[in-house]
Design a protein around this ligand. Structure first.
Ligand code: CDP
Length: 796
């Protein structure tokens, strides 16, 4: 008789365990960076540029120094004397810490003041007098590459223009040939606007340099503490072992908290100079105007088609606006992230992508916002192009997808851009989605409604996303290979502490990692405490972004637990006085194969590791695993939306939304559903209301929450989620694939496709996001495409 534990009861895989971290969050007992107060702590504020592009003629700080309570005023000139005016970025560029020669975007950091309190520091910032000589601003790639365009990065040698890179991937000759053989060529051009992650908590840091020990401790909002430690060691030229980065609770990251920001560097230098802790907490407008933007990309592509609906080839060009500095956090090998993951779920024989990155007078952009390195743009273009191609062929969009999906028997499947898809059941997911939305019935209602002048539309988005960067053969950031780690210590009473190199920002790692340990070892999840974010205690890891935690750190958790189980097996053999080969495992217990009732629990093995180990065995029960994934994981999703558009006003309402996500084995189904709902909400926001744009002078339009809209429960539609399709990843130890970003990545196209479906017949191929009522109204009324690309009129 099996005496295995009930996995759900002990909180293992598949248990919808309540998030353990929420206990402290809902009681207001979280420990965020701004909650930390150190003895003798000073406060830092940043003076930002009001202009997008201007030469700095002078900076006069004398009045600021005269204000009582001011301890330090930092300028670019002072930073330059310490070789700290510029810092390296994660994409092999340089970025100004404090401006010296020019300001290059509105909101750029010009000076810092450190004072007794933040109010004095702010007042002193306002007392700094900066004389600027305005220069013409560039706000899009067309302006950046126009003849005679001012060179934004004239600080760099060998930078005669505003082009950062020209990059290409795929098979040009094969693609050209396929286009020659096409029956139909379908085209699409669009702009994916700049968007902003808008975490509730802005960025911040408290630097604490201790002269007596020469140790620098920095508490800060970072999703990647180990990378920050390495960056600080390089930038500040401090020995790495004398730097401790602590990332306390994080109030949302979404990619915003991956880069190194000037505020972090200035607080560190100030603490070293003053030998006191220095706190910097970014305000909301500072966050909206200057940190970690995403997207801002122009996509132009075409698809070669056979008249029976088969895709023959795809050709694409991308123009990416990176802002004033190329500071993307992304794998070094790929200049435009994983944009070439586009069309991965379709069996496309040939494809070719060219991409050009340019500087502009905007805050540095291109940072992932809930996106695995530009996968959002890739999937958005893919699903908009698929809808356009189906319409051009006069084919039903669901049938067009079915015709072109990678089939279940084609895995592992190599995409034309070289990715290897691990697994999936694409057609099955689509069928589940179509049934749930009542596809055929809706099409009938739609036709009927149209006769009465009512505009109903249905949008589909089907996508796969490469999650879990990455294997060390191909993925590195600044040469550091993208692996992850986990360390597990089982105490003698069978309680445990697990540490990983990842850093949760609300995703629930403290809950789900313990579930993986419960699954592997049979220890109740509540007996496992999870700790992340302190570089002095956590093993090395590349951090949490791009939904890589479960595919990489989560796999490391499995692997370290398996190492522990292997040692526990030897302890069990010793306790049961049989040889190791005679031992079997069931959840929570080893037993003798020939006498199953003779067994020992994992907890009994734990105490034996400290009290009764066999001769020659190293005592203790702890280990560390480093996991270098063999491949990315490829979750798949189908999102379907129905809408009604009011032709008089352009307002559109969501009638129904269905999501079918296949992320392999779900560790915690409730957390997965939360991730999907959050992602769909963000997708709706991007499609409906959110964008940050710029006027012709480079003024950021949308630098406050009156203009940059966050969806509340009031306007967010309801979502119907489906989880019946499960395709385990064949290479992940527990078959899990990432999920954190899927809905934010794949969702926007479903909304846009729905609105365009509703106005089919007008000849409109594209309306750029967000689909504001005036844009939709303009498209319906004037029967033309509507672009949302900057510059906008400053009175918009
Ligand atoms: O890297 P990040 O944590 O943002 O993304 P993720 O790895 O996709 O995980 C998001 C959350 O969902 C974590 O708490 C995961 O453990 C959980 N998850 C899950 O329960 N099952 C999966 N198959 C994937 C993620």
């Amino acid at each position: 008789m099996s005496q295995a534990l009930d996995e759900i009861k002990i909180g293992g895989l598949g248990a919808s365990r309540k998030r353990v971290e929420d206990d402290r969050f809902i009681r207001g007992k979280g420990n965020y960076t701004d909650d930390i107060t150190l003895p003798g702590m000073l406060h830092m504020e940043i003076l930002r540029s009001p202009l997008a592009h201007a030469r700095i003629k002078s900076v006069d700080t004398s009045k600021a120094w005269d204000i009582p309570g001011v301890h330090l005023v930092l300028t670019g000139e002072m930073m330059a004397t310490r070789n700290l005016a510029w810092m390296p970025t994660l994409s092999y560029d340089t970025q100004a810490v404090l401006a010296t020669d020019k300001v290059r975007f509105q909101g750029q950091e010009v000076a810092c003041v450190v004072a007794d309190d933040p109010y004095i520091a702010k007042d002193a910032c306002e007392a700094i007098e900066v004389e600027y000589e305005p220069l013409p601003a560039i706000v899009n790639p067309a302006q950046a590459t126009a003849d005679g365009a001012p060179v934004i990065r004239d600080d760099k040698v060998n930078q005669p223009d505003n082009v950062i890179y020209d990059w290409e991937v795929g098979d040009k000759a094969g693609t050209d040939l396929a286009f020659e053989q096409a029956d139909v060529i379908s085209r699409l051009k669009l702009h994916y606007p700049r968007s902003h992650p808008s975490p509730i908590e802005c960025c911040g840091s408290i630097a604490d340099f201790n002269r007596a020990t020469s140790k620098l401790t920095v508490y800060m909002t970072t999703q990647a503490p180990h990378i920050i430690r390495a960056a600080v060691a390089l930038v500040a030229e401090l020995p790495e072992h004398m730097i401790r980065i602590v990332s306390p609770d994080i109030g949302g990251g979404f990619g915003n908290k991956v880069p190194v920001y000037p505020g972090y560097v200035c607080s560190i230098l100030a603490s070293i100079l003053l030998e006191r802790p220095v706190k910097w907490i970014e305000d909301k407008s500072g966050n909206l105007i200057s940190t970690g933007f995403a997207r801002d990309i122009y996509l132009d592509g075409e698809m070669a088609l056979r008249k029976d609906g088969k895709i023959l080839a795809v050709r694409m060009h991308a123009d990416a606006d990176h802002g004033a500095f190329f500071s993307d956090a992304q794998p070094s090998k790929f200049k435009i992230g994983l944009l070439h993951s586009t069309f991965a779920c379709y069996d496309v024989p040939a494809a070719h992508l060219t991409a050009r990155g340019t500087y502009s007078n905007k805050a540095p952009g291109g940072v992932a916002y809930r996106c695995s390195f530009r996968v959002t743009e890739a999937m958005f273009f893919q699903e908009r192009m698929i809808a356009a191609a189906a319409a051009d062929l006069g084919m039903d969009p669901a049938e067009f997808r079915r015709t072109n999906f990678v089939r279940d028997d084609q895995f592992p499947h190599r995409t034309p851009f070289g990715f290897l898809l691990d697994s999936g059941q694409y057609a099955k997911c689509l069928e589940v989605g179509l049934k749930a939305i009542g596809y055929d019935d809706f099409r009938r209602q739609q036709a009927e409604a149209r006769k009465r002048g009512k505009l109903l539309g249905l949008g589909i988005s089907t996508m796969t996303e490469p999650l879990g960067a990455g294997n060390s053969r191909e993925y590195d950031i600044l040469g550091i290979k993208m692996f992850d780690s986990a360390e597990l210590k089982i105490h003698m009473t069978g309680k445990a502490i697990l540490r990983t190199g990842a850093r949760t920002q609300g995703q629930g790692h403290e809950t789900t990692w313990a579930q993986i340990v419960a699954h592997e070892l049979g220890l109740p999840a509540e007996d496992v405490i999870v700790e992340e974010g302190d570089t002095d205690t956590a093993p090395f890891g590349m951090g949490t972004y791009a939904s890589r935690s479960t595919p990489v750190a989560g796999a490391a958790v499995s692997m370290v637990a398996r190492k522990i189980r292997a040692k526990a097996r030897r302890l069990a053999a010793h306790l049961l006085e049989v040889s190791e080969e005679d031992i079997e495992w069931e959840l929570g217990r080893f037993y003798v194969r020939s006498a199953p009732d003779r067994g020992v629990t994992i907890q009994e093995c734990a105490i034996a590791a400290y009290s009764n180990m066999p001769d020659g065995m190293e005592p203790g029960l702890e280990n560390t695993a480093y996991y270098d994934p063999p491949n990315l994981t490829w979750p798949f999703a189908v999102y379907l939306v129905t809408v009604e558009v009011d032709p008089e006003t352009g307002v559109w309402d969501v009638l129904n939304m269905v999501a079918v996500d296949d992320c392999g084995v779900r560790i915690n189904p409730m957390i997965v559903e939360g991730q999907i709902m959050g992602g769909l909400t963000e997708a709706y926001a991007m499609a409906n209301m959110q964008f940050i744009t710029f006027d012709a002078d480079g003024n950021c339009v949308g630098s406050n929450y009156m203009d940059y809209l966050l969806p509340t429960a009031w306007e967010t539609p309801g979502f119907e989620l489906h989880s019946e399709v499960v395709t385990p990843s064949p290479h992940h130890p527990i078959g899990a694939k990432g999920i954190g970003e899927c809905a934010a990545v794949g969702g926007p196209a479903a909304f846009v496709n729905a609105v365009l479906d509703a106005i089919a017949g007008t000849g409109v191929r594209n309306i750029d996001m967000p689909l504001l009522p005036d844009r939709v109204w303009e498209a319906i009324t004037y029967r033309h495409d509507v672009s949302g690309a900057p510059p906008v009129r400053s009175d918009d």
